[in-house]
Structures are given as structure tokens and as C-alpha cells.
Design a binder for this molecule. Structure first.
Ligand SMILES: *Cc1c(COP(=O)(O)O)cnc(C)c1O
Length: 367
């Protein structure tokens, strides 16, 4: 049997017919930039998350740096962020001109360790930019309390957590701004790059509207120096179709995750499984486990036709691109430990029960 880490083909087959009409409509209208579907998808997705405004942008990375700028973050500011995440999280801070200040990870949920945030606050700290990693929400209540006490902005990186719940409320509805990516393999993915910023604040919304479209007020009247980072109409039309399936797809991910967990527990393997905190509804963007001898395990699994990936092999503070921050090994020991053992197994809504059983059987023979 061959099981890839992900495949987008099965999902496309499922919705191929549904997509034809909306795609044709955009193609024949010629309204490729800021066409009708963009505004509609902004409304529908922000309503889905329980947030007032959505501003579609080019990518999740753009969503992050534009949200930082719209929150008034820039040169000379510090932003607290996890050392263990995809690098684009801290790029949002860096591209905005500010300095990322890393905080270690909490080992059970792989979220930022909230108990270590206050120690990282200085006079320059402007915001906390956190991540709901792998689809598991960070512990938002204490984060919001700390932010309130120190008058900091909160920005959520929701790129892996579309539809995840924290205490029955959607992620993306807690911070001053929330950033989503619709990269094709995310829980809600476009047919190319796409992203969105959500906010309840009129001020942040107004700034975002300017920043993402050349700082334009009228057609040729530019009141600030802006960017060109707009969500394509075609992608918006596709995302509107796919949004209707998101809850069903997330439920399938959760079902697949519970089967993995049940089978691993029955097999009593020496392997660390993902956990779901009491406050959380996990949407399993990834099903990540931690194993000893990871390289060998991955190679042997590949030999059995199962492709796995490492999310992520190097913590952000040890990446070469951040050498100016002069971090060294040992600065964030939990993040470093997670990077050493982590391994993502195939996870997508269309993954079949027999494929999951096959993967667990193969792993039982290796470990
Ligand atoms: C995918 C991802 C991003 C970046 O999104 P792009 O659309 O690829 O630019 C940012 N943060 C996290 C946590 C991600 O997983």
C-alpha cells in the first residue's frame, strides 16, 4: 500500500462539479481583481469565525506582516512569539520591521508556554503573536489577561487552525487581529496562494484596507504607501465553495485522528501522541507524533510506502536567517526537544480507515 503525507486530488474529485459554475462565472466576468466573490468570501469567512471584518490578502505571510503594520507595530518594537512554529510566523514580525522575542513551547499541545510570556516583556514589547499550531488552539484566556495587564496587542496566527475552537469559540476571534493562510494544503485551501486578516476593530480594518491595496482612497489617490496584496477573485470563488465543506472536512480529520490514537494506544507503542486540551477542539491540520530514532523510523516507513514529514526540524531561534539575534542551542530547550522527535503522519479528510490501520501496523513493526 502507498499512503502519501497528503493528497489534494481526492478532495478535488469530490467538489469538481460544484466548482465549475463559480469558476466559469469569474472567468467570463473578467473581474479578476477585487471582484464580487472577494467581498462575499470576506463576509462569509469572517462570519464563520464570529469576527466583524475580513480583508483578503495574497498569502498567510502577507496577512501576518500586514496585520502587524495595521496594529501599529514597526521599527524599534518587540513582539513576543513562539520559538516553535513555521518560520512565517516570525517573518510577519520581521518584515514589519520589528524584533521577534521568542518564548519556549509547552510540550503537551506544542503551543507557546504561557507561563513564560511575562518574563519576556520589556518596555519595547508591543504585542504577542501566537500560533494555534497543528490545529490545536493556544490557551487564550491567560494570554488575553497578560495582554490586558501590559497593554499589548494580540495577533493570532490561525494558518493551521481554520474552525478550531477554544472554549467553544472559534480561533481568530480572540486577538486584535487574526491571520489565516489558504495555502493549498491547509484545512481550507485555495488553488494557489491566498490569505486573510480578521478583526473586530474599525481602525485596524481601515488600515488593512489601505495597506493591502496601494494605500488607495480613490482610484488614483494614494494616502499612504501601501502594498499590492489582494486575494484573487478566482481564489475567493473557489474558497466560497470549499468553506461550505470545512466543518465536514474537519470532522473527518478528527475522526481519523481518534482512530490513529485508539489504534496506537491498543498497540502500546513507545510513541508520544497528540493531545487535546480540555478547553480545545483540535482540527488536526497535522497528526504529529514523537518517536525515538526518527530518521530510521521515517526511512523504514517510506520503505513501506508511507511518506511522513517533519514539522519542523529546526526551531525558529536557531535558523540561519535569525543569526543576528545571537541565539544558541539550549535557549529554548522544549522547542529544541520537540524538533528532534516530531514526525507528521498522513492526515487529510479523505484518508481511509484501512490506510490508517496499515500505517499503525507498519509503525508497530518498526518501533
Ligand atoms: C502556512 C503557514 C503560514 C504562512 O502562510 P502562507 O500562505 O504559506 O504564506 C504562516 N504560519 C503558519 C503557522 C503556517 O502554517
Amino acid at each position: 500500500m502507498k499512503v502519501d503525507i497528503f493528497t489534494l486530488k481526492k478532495q478535488y474529485e469530490q467538489i469538481r462539479d460544484e466548482l465549475k459554475g463559480p469558476i466559469e462565472k469569474v472567468m467570463s466576468s473578467g473581474g479578476f481583481i477585487l471582484g464580487e466573490d472577494v467581498g462575499l468570501f470576506e463576509q462569509e469567512f469572517s462570519a464563520y469565525c464570529g469576527v466583524k471584518y475580513g480583508i483578503g490578502v495574497n498569502s498567510g505571510t502577507d496577512a501576518l506582516f500586514l496585520a502587524c503594520l495595521a496594529c501599529g507595530i514597526g521599527k524599534g518594537d518587540e513582539v513576543i512569539t513562539p520559538a516553535y512554529t513555521y518560520i512565517a510566523t516570525s517573518f510577519g514580525i520581521s518584515i514589519a520591521g520589528a524584533k521577534p522575542v521568542f518564548v519556549d513551547t509547552e510540550e503537551k499541545t506544542y503551543s507557546i508556554d504561557v507561563s513564560k510570556i511575562e518574563k519576556a516583556i520589556t518596555k519595547k514589547t508591543k504585542a504577542i503573536l501566537l500560533v494555534h499550531l497543528y490545529g490545536h488552539p493556544a490557551d487564550m484566556d491567560p494570554v488575553m489577561q497578560i495582554a490586558k495587564k501590559h497593554k499589548l496587542k494580540v495577533i493570532e496566527d490561525c494558518a493551521q487552525a481554520h474552525g478550531a475552537l477554544y472554549k467553544n469559540k472559534k480561533v481568530g476571534s480572540f486577538g486584535d487581529a487574526a491571520c489565516f493562510s489558504f495555502y493549498p494544503t491547509k484545512n481550507l485551501g485555495a488553488f494557489g496562494d491566498a490569505g486573510m486578516v480578521l478583526t473586530d476593530s474599525d481602525e485596524i480594518k481601515d488600515k488593512m484596507v489601505l495597506l493591502h491595496d496601494y494605500g488607495r482612497k480613490g482610484r488614483y489617490e494614494n494616502i499612504i504607501k501601501g502594498y499590492n496584496s489582494r486575494l484573487d477573485t478566482l481564489q475567493a470563488a473557489i474558497l466560497r465553495v470549499k468553506l461550505k465543506h470545512l466543518d465536514e472536512w474537519n470532522e473527518k480529520r478528527r475522526k481519523n485522528a481518534s482512530l490513529y490514537t485508539k489504534l496506537f494506544k491498543e498497540a502500546k507503542l513507545n510513541i508520544i501522541l497528540p493531545q487535546e486540551a480540555e478547553y480545545a477542539k483540535h482540527v488536526y491540520h497535522q497528526y504529529t507524533v514523537r518517536v525515538k530514532n526518527r530518521t530510521e523510523v521515517m526511512e523504514r516507513l517510506a520503505g513501506k510506502g508511507v511518506r511522513t514529514l517533519i514539522h519542523y526540524p529546526i526551531p525558529v531561534h536557531l535558523q540561519e536567517c535569525y543569526k543576528e539575534l545571537k541565539h544558541k542551542k539550549g535557549d529554548f530547550p522544549i522547542a529544541e526537544k520537540c524538533c528532534e522527535g516530531i514526525m507528521s503522519l498522513p492526515m487529510y479528510p479523505e484518508l481511509a480507515e484501512e490506510e490508517i490501520r496499515y500505517i499503525v501496523e507498519q509503525l508497530s513493526e518498526i518501533i
